[in-house]
Design a protein around this ligand. Sequence first.
Ligand code: ZN
Length: 480
Amino acid sequence: MARRNFVHATRTRRGANSTVHGRQAVHAVPTDTRGPGTAATGAPFDRELEDRLLRYVRIDTQSYEKGTTSPSTQEQLDLLRLLEEEAVSIGAHDVRLTEYGALLATIPATVEGDAPCIALLAHVDTAPAYSGTGVKPIVHRRYSGGDIVLPDDPHVVLSPDALPYLAAKRGDDIVTASGTTLLGADDKAGVAIIMTVARHLLGNPQLPHGKIRIAFTPDEEIGRGVHGSLPRDLGADLAYTLDGADLGEVVYETFSADKADVHVEGVSIHPGQAKGKLVNALHLAAKIVATLPHITLTPETTDGREGFIHLYQMSGTASAANLHFIVRDFELDALERHGELIRQVCAAVQATEPRARITCTTAPQYRNMRYWLETDVRPVALAREACTQLGITPICVPIRGGTDGSRLTEMGIPTPNLFTGMQNIHGPQEWISVQDMARAAEVCVKLAELWCREPVAAGPAEGFEARLTATAPALVDWSG
Ligand SMILES: [Zn+2]
């Protein structure tokens, strides 16, 4: 069955493209002086994570939707090259910056045998939605529980009254920006976590794990994080993105996404001679917008498991107009219905004005990773088990968006998304708890250990169903 197949199906991709960069590292990276572990899985990661996060967020890596290169902005390469140096300096193998701007590296297996190869991914870019230039990270050491006022714009206040998650983090070390930029914990927290885990595992070869691949990708925020060559270059049996939010989050359900582009061709003529001749494309475009649902089925009127049709851009003149929609739902049949609704509205408006030409083109963007993960639940079940063993309550919530994991899963590498702690992303109120990041690093170390005990040829492993039942009462666990 599919469960048996997934490891076999992806195994042949392993080992492609490995290049060791022999460059000397120029950046000081903490060496492992902490010994083989103090806590359940390892080490006090807090300081290293904080150092790394602060170092990475200072580099402006905003992606740019109209950029035609990969990465879309050269600045992302500044961080990728720094990470390349750091990966070499901690002793990672096969360090390679691909031509499309993904940094790949290997942590060799410490156990004999043929454990599945897992990959850990994070994206280096920050959202185009808000400035990431000149980020000045601030550590609010042992947060005391009051309002956090950001110095460069005192209007930006993080109040525990408005942010219950922040209220629960009293005593943690909270990192924010200074008020005029985003922080970029999305997803430099993920980058810092993976680098810290890599350093920890490479420095502690007594910790059991199979081969681990790490990948830092560009342009996730503009939907181009998964280059067509990435699955082959990664060569992993399964992967995790470190790009989630609250402590304990294990996300394996994302939207399924289509886009719809509507073009309205009117009839253009000098307005002074237009009577009976002009067909105003803007009026027809407005009619389409007005006919589509407003108080249902829009992002601002839906949540939870409801889908939507979102008009995000319109432009044009009296002679021609364009409407751009994104269409989202968790289920494919509903997604199809939303697309059909746009087509029907276009057809109805077209029928009112035969002289116009209205076309509607829909195209798939990404698909809910659940469709694939349901065929082999181990990537989810083991992530939940890692959390549970560390005393963290796993939370599975569907996310109303996509991740690089959505594409990767579709392309053959099952890739759930794990928490990092990031909060209020894509704006000046973005913040993160260093201690949440540390827990995420511990989960990764534990996961690596759990996977090395898993059979490669999955099959319905002995006891696996029972363990799944014990750790994940329902595969789809909306209640968290
Ligand atoms: Zn992200």
